[in-house]
Design a protein around this ligand. Structure first.
Ligand code: MF3
Ligand code: CO
Ligand code: CO
Length: 301
């Protein structure tokens, strides 16, 4: 955490208390960042943390890509019904990418190459579920995760869908993971330490008797799929301050039972809860602005 007499996060080289200190109404320094300050900050964040702060042009590109990802996600979720397979959802989403002139980022991503265009994570699957011929059935919950590359920029988001009537345990993780995401977004603005995100998420999840997965994290995104910084959803000691121009995801994975994930040894992707209990996740890509934040992936619950 920075102190009142430390240099401000904004790149002005002034003391924080004289610059963007949040609780003092009349700042000695103007609130708007100058071009020089922006340049100082960009250099500092790249040197210190390898975090790429985005300029206006990049932000506009990422915003467009995020809107497309959210649109594909909403349409795919609408289709999810009992009897339909996750492969059919994948094929629908894949086609929508191509028709929009976009590339599905998961396809052939990583090692071993991810074999499909979206992730579909059912019930006890925490994340990175591979679409296959499994039909959805009443009582299932499924996370659908869409990341598109549009005009070179990445937008990453995911949502849960409930198929028919679901158990109280599945309802709980679905609601708690949504609330964790939205509560952690609410606090986002320049000057807060990155650790606040995990603090808000873990406090809420544990208050509801759920656990927070710590083997997967949110991430910087926009110019690349997985950029710095990592965004842990658990309590942590990362002091990096949020600053304007950061674009990253928050994507809390919340379990009804233990937090531990086990990765499928055969496909090397599918991550399941160790105890087989339900898990849920929602994801947004967010931009830090000069006054707060903007949710770039405008899907609707
Ligand atoms: N979209 C996922 C995320 O939120 C990443 C999927 S990687 C894949 O970061 F290869 F599994 F697609
Ligand atoms: Co992500
Ligand atoms: Co994602």
């Amino acid at each position: 955490m920075i102190g009142r007499n430390d240099v401000c996060w904004c790149g002005s080289k002034e003391k924080w208390k004289k610059c963007h200190f949040p609780d003092e109404g009349s700042q000695a320094h103007s609130q708007a960042q100058s071009n020089q300050e922006r340049k100082n900050l960009k250099e500092e964040y790249f040197k210190k943390y390898k975090i790429l702060l985005k300029n206006e042009e990049q932000i506009n590109g990422i915003r467009e890509s995020c809107r497309l990802s959210a649109k594909i996600l909403d349409a795919t979720c609408k289709l999810a019904k009992a009897g339909l397979t996750t492969l059919e959802l994948n094929n629908f989403a894949h086609k929508m990418h191509l028709e929009a002139g976009a590339i599905p980022a998961p396809l052939h991503y990583g090692e071993p190459p991810f074999p499909k265009s979206i992730c579909t994570s059912l019930n006890e699957v925490i994340c990175h579920g591979i679409p296959d011929k499994t039909p959805l059935k009443d009582g299932d919950i499924v996370n659908i995760d869409v990341t598109c590359i549009y005009k070179g920029y990445y937008g990453d988001c995911s949502r849960m869908v409930a198929i028919g009537a679901i158990s109280p345990e599945k309802q709980l993780v679905t609601d708690v993971s949504y609330d964790c995401l939205m509560k952690s977004i609410e606090i986002l603005k320049p000057g807060i330490p990155l650790s606040k995100i995990g603090e808000v998420i873990e406090a809420h999840a544990t208050s509801k008797g759920c656990s927070v997965v710590n083997q997967f994290v949110g991430h910087g995104v926009g110019v690349d799929f997985h950029e710095n910084p990592q965004i842990p959803h658990n309590r942590n000691r990362i002091t990096t301050l949020l600053v304007p121009g950061m674009t990253f995801t928050i994507e809390p994975m919340i379990n009804a039972g233990v937090r531990e994930a086990v990765i499928d040894p055969l496909d090397e992707w599918t991550a399941r809860t160790r105890d087989g209990k339900a898990s849920a996740q929602w994801e947004h890509t967010i931009l830090i602005t000069e006054n707060g934040h903007e949710i770039l992936t405008n899907w609707t619950r």
